[in-house]
Design a protein around this ligand. Structure first.
Ligand SMILES: Nc1ncnc2c1ncn2[C@@H]1O[C@H](COP(=O)(O)OP(=O)(O)OP(=O)(O)O)[C@@H](O)[C@H]1O
Ligand SMILES: [Mg+2]
Length: 221
């Protein structure tokens, strides 16, 4: 079953000189897909995730989510899609500083229309944060924050997870854990699109693509 589809997507940034990280990107993401996106720094991988997360509007081409044309969505519809359907695990993800870790997770879950404190505790446990639930974000280490962000990306049971280098700042053990959890999630039907520079983690994906000169190409096995 198709979750989302990009067709001939073009994205320009106009800041003095025009930069076009996405020239003609097409991609179909189906339920349960685990797609790795590779490519050098500055090529446009994060830009691609922003378009898929409806944080950026493409300049050309079409983007449909569950069969609906995202270009026709109003701001409220886009917010709802992001809150309910998409899990974001981005490089610069942050938590609300005035809320504890548990409160942050409950908040994100609530915005996504769910209330499941048991799931919050389960995810905290899964990411080794059960004894940090009542800590504020500034009381967590970089790696703990990263794991907290991973828990948050799953907390509202999204259909699509967008992960931008999710293993950054993490040691071997927790990198493996994050990849394992993402993989488990795809086995339950969630789709994951993961940007990574690490070919070891990319190999865990069911499909590997590379962004090259504004086009997404499959990497042959
Ligand atoms: N808001 C913006 N305005 C102007 N240019 C931008 C903006 N965001 C990104 N760019 C430019 O677009 C290009 C692609 O950036 P992007 O962040 O998507 O790359 P990336 O592949 O994710 O890189 P990295 O691996 O370093 O994270 C870069 O040249 C960047 O400078
Ligand atoms: Mg990036």
């Amino acid at each position: 079953m198709e979750i989302c589809k990009l067709e001939h997507i073009r994205k320009d940034y106009r800041m003095g000189e025009v930069v076009t990280p996405l020239k003609d990107v097409s991609l179909v993401v189906n339920k349960g897909d685990f797609i790795a996106v590779e490519g050098p720094s500055g090529i446009g991988k994060s830009t691609l995730l922003y378009v898929m997360g409806t944080l950026l509007q493409s300049d050309e081409g079409s983007y449909t989510f569950e069969g609906r044309d995202v270009a026709k969505f109003g701001d409220d519809e886009k917010s709802e899609l992001r809150a309910k359907k998409v899990g974001f695990l981005f490089q610069d993800s942050t938590m609300i500083q005035a809320l504890t870790l548990r409160e942050n997770l409950l908040f994100t879950q609530g915005v996504g229309g769910k209330k499941d404190p048991k799931m919050v505790d389960e995810l905290l446990y899964r990411f080794g944060l059960e004894d940090r639930a009542d800590f504020f974000p500034h009381q967590l280490s970089g790696g703990q924050r990263r794991r907290a962000m991973a828990a948050r990306a799953l907390i509202h049971d999204p259909v699509l997870i967008l992960a931008d280098e999710p293993t950054n700042d993490l040691d071997e053990h927790w990198s493996e854990e994050i990849i394992r959890v993402l993989k488990e999630q795809t086995e339950k039907g969630t789709a994951v699109v993961m940007v990574t520079h690490n070919s070891r983690w990319a190999q865990e994906a069911t499909r590997r693509c590379r962004l090259e000169d504004g086009v997404l190409v499959d990497i042959a096995e």
